[in-house]
Design a protein around this ligand. Structure first.
Ligand code: IPM
Ligand code: MN
Length: 354
């Protein structure tokens, strides 16, 4: 396999974890005989500083011409609490998703046996929890009609049947590869857009009898996720609900630094951690690179070779078992290691495994 990877490191801890992703990806390609080429491009606050645009045309071209994007994080405190600013780092991420047509965001929520004690939830509740949230990514309030003035503002949550059908199709396909249980999360008791989601989902579920489909209001789903996370296998929901629920899901595992995601659709797929840019930690070599490294596993799995992805996951598990971890998950925080040491340990492990 010959892979061309667009590297969008972005802001805050982005460049540090990006380096570790590259290290691991290089090790996997060397071991399995794949060729890989990385092309870096600007995004987020870094791009605003350099060229005044959070997703410059040049970056779009690099992404379009690549086989996959390895994305890290965007966001910078200089832009927070400044509702007056018109150009913001996060717009770079949204523009990338929209321009590449990435309508489906796959966010697996899994627990790691060696980390269960870090979860804020009791072990008997979280142990064995393992589900996937399929978040719609290019519609809803994020992209609907907006208006902002000094005394009136609104966002619109709009969905077409076509947009709902294509994301539900991804969700049914995912459920088929897992335990065949799909939960459609909406707010159909209040929102018109949710009622269309539910109508389309009911129609499709009648044509998909091999999958058990149930429906849950989003408020109830957020409660169920911490009360009984093992209930879920695959969940599908609109953009904003998915944003909120997946942050909630990420703490179930014990650290936000652990969850990767894949965004797929029409154009080049993007693989990225679900956590943000954690500006306070930038340059300190303390950020957990595992979500970025697990994004590399998802990248390989997307292109088919299960063995490559498996090899990354095995190395990640081994690093945690060996206690080679950043402070957020280290069993003994006084023995925690740096971001770079975790990436080096994992790539050495991959190189040595034959
Ligand atoms: C995420 C992030 C983004 C989102 C932000 C940075 C725009 O929170 O990927 O979940 O809201 O989608
Ligand atoms: Mn989010």
């Amino acid at each position: 396999m010959k892979l061309k990877i667009a590297l969008l490191a972005g802001d805050g801890i982005g460049p540090e974890i990006s380096r570790e992703g590259v290290k691991v990806m290089t090790a996997v390609c060397r071991r399995f005989g794949h060729e890989v080429e990385f092309v870096s491009a600007l995004v987020g606050a870094a791009a605003i500083d350099a060229v005044g645009d959070p997703f410059p045309e040049e970056t779009y071209n690099v992404c379009r011409d690549a086989d996959a994007v390895l994305f890290s994080a965007v966001g910078d405190p200089r832009f927070d609490n400044r509702p007056d600013l018109k150009v913001r780092p996060e717009q770079g991420l949204l523009a990338m998703r929209k321009k590449l047509g990435l309508f489906a965001n796959i966010r697996p929520v899994a627990t790691f046996a060696s980390l269960i004690h870090k979860s804020p939830l009791r072990e008997d509740i979280v142990s064995g929890a393992d589900f996937v949230c399929i978040r719609e990514l290019t519609g809803g309030m994020y992209f609907g009609e907006k208006y902002e003035s000094d005394d009136h503002a609104y966002d619109t949550c709009a969905y077409t049947r076509g947009e709902i059908e294509r994301i539900l199709k991804v969700a049914f396909d995912y459920a088929r590869r897992r335990k065949r249980h799909l939960t459609v999360v909406d707010k159909a008791n209040v929102l018109a857009s949710s009622r269309l989601w539910r109508k389309v989902a009911q129609e499709m579920s009648r044509e998909t009898p091999d999958i058990t489909t149930d429906f849950m209001y989003v408020d109830n789903a957020s409660m169920r996720m911490i009360q009984d996370p093992r209930f879920f296998d695959v969940m599908v929901t609109e953009n904003t609900f998915g944003d909120i629920l997946t942050d909630e899901g990420s703490v179930i595992s014990g650290s936000m630094g652990l969850l990767p995601s894949a965004s797929i659709g029409e154009g080049t797929p993007v693989f990225e951690p679900i956590h943000g840019s954690w500006p306070e930690a930038a340059g300190k070599n303390i950020a957990n690179p595992l979500a970025q490294i697990l994004s590399v596993a998802m990248l390989f799995e997307h292109f088919g070779p299960a063995e490559e992805g498996e090899c990354v996951r095995k190395a990640v598990d081994a690093s945690m078992e060996a206690g080679v971890s950043t402070p957020d998950i280290a069993p003994d925080p006084s023995k925690a290691v740096g971001t770079d040491a975790v990436g080096t340990w994992i790539s050495d492990f991959i190189a040595a495994e034959r």
